[in-house]
Design a binder for this molecule. Structure first.
Ligand SMILES: Nc1ncnc2c1ncn2[C@@H]1O[C@H](COP(=O)(O)OP(=O)(O)OP(=O)(O)O)[C@@H](O)[C@H]1O
Length: 644
């Protein structure tokens, strides 16, 4: 890994005057009377090219350069940076020729290469992480450790652009922890993952007391009441100006491409914080999804001095064009040079393919979602269902009935959070993925919302004729643009190949981990060339609190006996999910007893009961079961299933 910080490089230039002379070339190079225009472009850390048409004097000058190289194929001349100053001096003396020099940012970032006297250091020094929790530092994979070293070398200011699932969260927490004496820390993240961040801090930094983690859920709340404060972009933009005026020294911005448009409220709210922070850790697997202009705010956030004016960036890298209405920056130019500059000065990006040997083939992640937005009626129903479970005493029939009721209310409560997460995934550039759910109402909700957003999807559930399944799979497999596969956990968990995706989201949990593993393996199968990411959406205050620990424990057992192909290494174990519910243990035991021990209960009956719940009248006095399918007179009440 390589890196030279702009400030460090500047100070390292042996001769400030030499750097000054190079920077001087960046000004006043325009020649209004010139008949031939050209441009210098950086080709590598040590070489540049002059892109220009034919001119006798120019070619004569090129030929005088000791490091000249002519490429017959591209018909372009290139040189070592050592010759840059000399060549530019020569070209500036030719009146008819105007050559745009390398940008200031390039000269500063690569200053050591221009005099050729200093070999670039390719080794990033090991950062001293001894003050950080060993739970975290001992778990880091080698490439993650390198990521932390890179960040420390960059004095805690970087854009970590690793591919999806490479553990940007764990690296960011470690980097932030390195600067712990500068906390309070602010984490800004998409709303759907705020609580997942809180869980991650609990997991990786056990030395941080849980009550020092503050997840802000209302705009009126104090942004600083914790040592670690977590807020969504949208809430940040609604925050009181006064609160935003008080800077944080250490900042993490997750999915930092959310800042791509300077005109948005979220970007306007974030920029002053970014400007004031000493450490800025931006995370995004897709920093720019369609054009280089989307990178500008992120560059500005990490290295404000590189391109203080957007227009300069736009002219160099966005093929800026002057139109009747103003400038158009939607294009792209000099992308190779931009990549070199980003890698040299602020960005670290590793692809899955590059670190595949360090990764488990399947990585599970718990995404802690919130049901805060649900109606009071539903909240009451959920607590009543949980409460009822504590009262059933060794009556198996009642126990199962109560569990199912809880499970069904959970589905309804998660609808909003599920869609929020899927929307965030799409906004983060995840083009193809699978979403598994169990209840028809959940599948209906997802497909209807995707339809409203014009997102292409396929749906396979119990009602999909077998003849159609293959066609749907092919549509998904060969789709070259965005496509979501919306699948029933029990009706689409077998016999389908969908490995053109590498991300599976479980919108709902299911009590049989074997079924979940089969569902995961729709993408984790022969032909899959990437490691696979599985995201389980787990909602606090619902049946998930109880289902997830049970599923997790069962999956671990299956893996130990080699019955699951997830191939999780010791290091990349599932994120654990901690529930503080005092009834947790007993309810978990009930789920285990009721659904997993292969007793006299036929699982099909349970499935039928869960499916038909959507059409059945409310079980208790909580009023109309809104958001579910219309009631059918033939549908049974849950109780009917248990009285067979
Ligand atoms: N060193 C590690 N040891 C154990 N688990 C890990 C490690 N690194 C990552 N993981 C786990 O891998 C999963 C993916 O990590 P994480 O969510 O941080 O990835 P990411 O790069 O942020 O992905 P995305 O781009 O999807 O947000 C998580 O469950 C995380 O806990």
């Amino acid at each position: 890994m390589e890196a030279l910080d702009v400030a460090a490089a500047t100070s390292r230039a042996h001769d400030g005057a030499a750097l000054g002379a190079l920077l001087k070339l960046c000004n006043g190079w325009q020649k209004p009377g010139a008949t031939l225009q050209g441009q210098c472009i950086l080709l590598s850390h040590t070489k540049f090219e002059v892109d220009i048409g034919y001119h006798n004097d120019v070619i004569a000058g090129f030929k005088q350069m000791p490091t000249k190289n002519y490429d017959m194929q591209t018909r372009k001349w290139s040189f070592s940076l050592k010759d840059y100053k000399r060549l530019m001096d020569h070209l500036s003396g030719i009146a008819a020729v105007e050559v745009e020099p390398l940008p200031r940012a390039i000269v500063q970032a690569f200053s050591a290469s221009f005099d050729g006297s200093e070999a670039r250091s390719l080794v990033v020094p090991e950062a001293d992480l001894s003050s950080i929790d060993s739970t975290l530092t001992h778990s880091l994979m080698p490439f993650q450790r390198e990521g932390v070293n890179f960040a420390v070398l960059k004095q805690g200011r970087l854009l970590l652009a690793d591919d999806m699932g490479l553990g940007k969260t764990v690296q960011a927490i470690c980097i932030a922890a390195y600067y712990r004496n500068e906390w309070p820390l602010l984490v800004v993240a998409p709303s759907s993952v705020r609580f997942t961040w809180a869980e991650a801090f609990r997991r990786w930094l056990p030395s941080l007391s849980a009550d020092r983690i503050n997840v802000v859920v209302k705009a009126k709340e104090n942004l600083r009441s914790g040592l670690v404060n977590i807020i969504s972009y949208d809430l940040l933009s609604r925050m009181d100006k006064q609160q935003l005026g008080n800077p944080f020294s250490v900042l993490i911005m997750d999915e930092s491409h959310f800042l791509k448009n300077m005109k948005t409220a979220r970007c306007k709210a974030a920029l002053p914080l970014l400007k004031a922070a000493k450490r800025v850790i931006l995370l995004s697997g897709t920093p720019a999804m369609s054009r280089p202009s989307e990178l500008y705010t992120q560059i500005l956030a990490v290295r404000p001095t590189l391109f203080p004016r957007f227009h300069d960036f736009g002219q160099r890298y966005c093929a800026a064009k002057q139109m009747a209405w103003g400038w158009d920056y939607s294009g792209s130019s000099n992308l190779g040079e931009l990549k070199l500059l980003l890698e040299e000065s602020l960005m670290l990006r590793r692809l899955k393919s590059e670190v595949l040997s360090q990764l488990p083939s399947k990585q599970r992640k718990v995404v802690t979602v919130t049901i805060d937005g649900v109606t009071t009626r539903l909240k009451t129903a959920l607590s009543a269902a949980a409460e009822r479970l504590t009262r059933v005493n060794n009556n198996k029939k009642e126990e199962k009935e109560a569990l199912l009721l809880f499970y069904n209310h959970t589905a309804e409560a998660k609808l909003q959070a599920i869609m929020e997460y899927i929307t965030d995934m799409l906004e983060c550039g995840r083009e193809k993925f699978l979403v598994f759910a169990h209840h028809k109402s959940v599948l209906d909700h997802i497909t209807s919302e995707l339809g409203k957003r014009n997102v292409t999807y396929i749906r396979i559930d119990g009602a999909t004729p077998s003849a159609e399944r293959q066609q749907l799979c092919e549509k998904f497999q060969f789709s070259t643009s965005s496509c979501v596969a919306v699948l029933s956990i029990t009706a689409a968990n077998m016999g389908l190949t969908l490995h053109s995706a590498d991300l599976v989201i479980f919108a709902e949990l299911f009590w049989n981990p074997g079924v979940l593993i089969q569902a995961e393996d729709r993408v984790h199968r022969i032909g899959q060339t990437s490691n696979v990411n599985i995201h389980y959406l787990v909602a606090k205050g619902t049946a998930d609190d109880h289902l997830w620990p049970m599923i997790q424990a069962k999956m671990n057992v299956l893996e130990q006996v080699g019955l699951s192909e997830s191939n999780l290494s010791d290091k990349a174990v599932n994120a654990s999910f901690h529930s503080k519910d005092r009834n947790q243990k007993s309810i978990v035991e009930m789920f285990q007893r009721s659904f997993c021990e292969g007793d006299d209960m036929d699982e099909d009956i349970l499935l039928e009961a869960a499916n038909d719940w959507e059409d059945s009248p409310p079980e208790n006095s909580c009023g109309q079961h809104r958001g579910m399918a219309a009631q059918s007179p033939n549908k049974k009440n849950i109780k009917d299933y248990f009285s067979r």
